[in-house]
Design a protein. Structure first.
Length: 161
């Protein structure tokens, strides 16, 4: 039997503040209610729903504006990482989403959450890759990730001099 709850905060993959959702009793009892993400949808909570939805609309407009500004900043950024490869050109290890977040902080001074990166699998090949970033309110942006081997970087360094 599912419980009807009024969300007081946004919960990823469930709903937004002010939404009435049906969840299993254990999820409501053990997670949503104790953490303050939801309250039981009774008459008092239903009166609170309109206020929560209005606050959510205002916050959504503000978040969308901030995300669009960040998106224009992010768009077109290229970050580079150097990796070790074997004699056949295969990478040792891979480049993960966490490493991409670290590279963005180092090279572009951008703080992006790991969960914002839309990387299904770590990158295991040398080359140029596109990485999509999903910001708040559905705004997306794309960065370019260059994965270069140590040997290629050393060969390119004397040519640059």
């Amino acid at each position: 039997m599912a419980n009807k709850l009024l969300l007081t905060q946004d919960v990823e993959d469930l709903g937004r503040s002010g939404d009435i959702v049906s969840v299993k009793p254990g999820y409501a009892r053990n997670y949503l209610i104790p953490h303050g993400f939801a309250v039981i949808a009774d008459k008092r909570a239903l009166k609170m729903q309109a206020r929560l939805q209005e606050e959510r609309r205002k916050k959504a407009a503000q978040d969308k504006e901030e995300s669009e500004k960040l998106s224009t900043t992010i768009e077109g950024i290229t970050i580079t990482t150097v990796v070790k490869v074997d004699h056949e050109g295969h990478m040792y290890g891979s480049v993960t989403a966490q490493e991409i977040v670290h590279l963005l902080q180092e090279q572009a001074n951008l703080n992006v959450e790991k969960r914002s990166l839309q990387v299904k699998h770590p990158f295991k090949e040398i080359g140029v890759h596109k990485v999509n970033i999903k910001l708040k309110e559905g705004v997306t942006s794309t960065i370019t990730l260059k994965i270069v081997s140590e040997a290629d970087r050393e060969n390119a360094a004397p040519a640059a001099e």
